[in-house]
Design a protein around this ligand. Structure first.
Ligand SMILES: [Zn+2]
Length: 116
């Protein structure tokens, strides 16, 4: 997915939340979780967010905090679990390629911090 689109989605989600809770406070920080499987470039997402937030009153001065989640895989043959930094999908114990991804597909707004 494209970072510009993701930034747009984040802003929509935050605005929806503010509307739902009828909160008039400004947003301080938006905490976003991105699994490394999603291949998001944090700097690009940050930039897209900073450009788009300017036209939203409650988001204008907010920060985007991006937490990246490592990719974790589990071998279906020997049950071995490992965290990988490169998208090389095989078990490092038995070399099987019969694996399942158990972490790294995350992509969501975790929480929103508001100014008092
Ligand atoms: Zn294995």
């Amino acid at each position: 997915m494209h970072e510009l689109q993701i930034a747009q989605n984040i802003i929509t989600i935050v605005n929806d939340e503010l509307l739902k809770s009828e909160n008039k406070n400004n947003v301080d920080t938006v905490y976003f979780i991105a699994g490394r499987m999603r291949a998001i470039i944090p700097e690009t997402l940050q930039f897209s967010f900073d450009v788009q937030k300017k036209s939203h009153k409650q988001l204008k001065n907010s920060k985007l905090s991006i937490k990246e989640i490592n990719i974790a895989i589990k071998c279906k043959d020997c049950e071995h679990q490992q965290t990988i930094s490169e998208p090389v999908f095989h078990c490092n114990k038995c070399l099987s390629t019969n694996i399942e991804i158990i972490n790294g597909n995350e992509l969501y707004v975790d929480s929103i911090e508001l100014n008092e």
